[in-house]
Each structure stands twice: as structure tokens, then as C-alpha cells.
Design a protein around this ligand. Structure first.
Ligand code: ATP
Length: 133
């Protein structure tokens, strides 16, 4: 089975490096499924879980926006923040989720605060999903 080399990098350093058979990531224009030999592209990423498949195992990494650069033999994800499941503080994510839900209850849909809270909720929910809660 051919593989593609993946790096997930944040301002704090490298989060993941490895050879995988397939990468799935959510770009701002939709879900990307990347196999070895994919055409080169650069795309902005949404907040979401990146799925890394190798020998029928799937590793998840939570990614909070950034960019993905695809080349035929490599994928680089430059993320604003990213965590492996073991790095996620579940209680912190739960608190962030509750805070965001509170703000969404109080803000009106046109508010900047509403949009910020929606993104914060998405980050927290993604972290909880990736941590398996
Ligand atoms: P919080 O409100 O809890 O800070 P946030 O979504 O605003 O959450 P970010 O701005 O996305 O946090 O991330 C700031 C830094 O904190 C990043 O390095 C990120 O990896 C880390 N981080 C945020 N939440 C968690 C968490 N639940 N577990 C581990 N690391 C986290």
C-alpha cells in the first residue's frame, strides 16, 4: 500500500509526523480525502478533526483552523492549534463548551460575539470528539 507523509505543525511545534494511507480534513469549501499522488493544492481549513488512516487504524487530530498544503507525496497542515487525543484536557474543553453555549444563549445571531462563540463551541466540540467523549 502506498503512503503519504503527513506533518501537523502549530506555532508551538510539531504535533504529528507519519506516513499514512489516507488523510481526511475539512477545508472551508468541504471535506478533502487525500490519497498518495493527489494533485497539489493549498486550502484554508475549518475547525474539525483530521483523520489519518494507516492499516485500517484511524488516528484523529483536532485542528483549529489554518492551512493544508497537499503535494503528491506529502501533506502539511499548518494549524492555529492542534492536539492529539492524549493531549486534550477534557475538563477544559467541557468548560469551554459550556462558556460558548452560555454566550450563544445571550448573543444575537448578528453579533460578533455570536460568531466567536460559535467558533469556540466548534473547537471545544471537536476536542471532545477527538478525545472520545
Ligand atoms: P480555551 O477557552 O479553553 O482556552 P480555546 O478554544 O479558546 O479554548 P485555543 O485558542 O484554540 O483555545 O488554543 C490555545 C492553546 O490552548 C492551543 O495551544 C491549544 O492547543 C490549547 N488548548 C485549548 N484547549 C485545549 C484543551 N481542551 N486541551 C488541551 N489543549 C488545549
Amino acid at each position: 500500500m502506498s503512503t503519504i507523509n503527513v506533518n501537523v505543525v502549530t506555532p508551538d511545534g510539531a504535533i504529528y509526523e507519519g506516513d499514512v494511507e489516507m488523510v481526511s480534513a475539512r477545508s472551508q469549501s468541504g471535506e478533502l480525502g487525500i490519497l498518495p499522488g493527489h494533485v497539489p493544492l493549498v486550502a484554508p481549513l475549518s475547525v474539525g478533526a483530521v483523520r489519518l488512516k494507516y492499516e485500517s487504524r484511524i488516528n484523529l487530530v483536532s485542528v483549529s483552523g489554518g492551512f493544508i498544503e497537499v503535494r503528491p507525496d506529502s501533506v502539511t497542515i499548518l494549524a492555529e492549534a492542534a492536539e492529539n487525543p492524549s493531549e486534550i484536557d477534557v475538563e477544559r474543553a467541557q468548560r469551554a463548551k459550556e462558556r460558548a453555549e452560555d454566550r450563544l444563549d445571550r448573543a444575537t445571531q448578528e453579533d460578533i460575539d455570536f460568531k466567536r462563540a460559535q467558533l469556540a463551541l466548534k473547537r471545544a466540540s471537536t476536542r471532545l470528539d477527538v478525545a472520545g467523549r
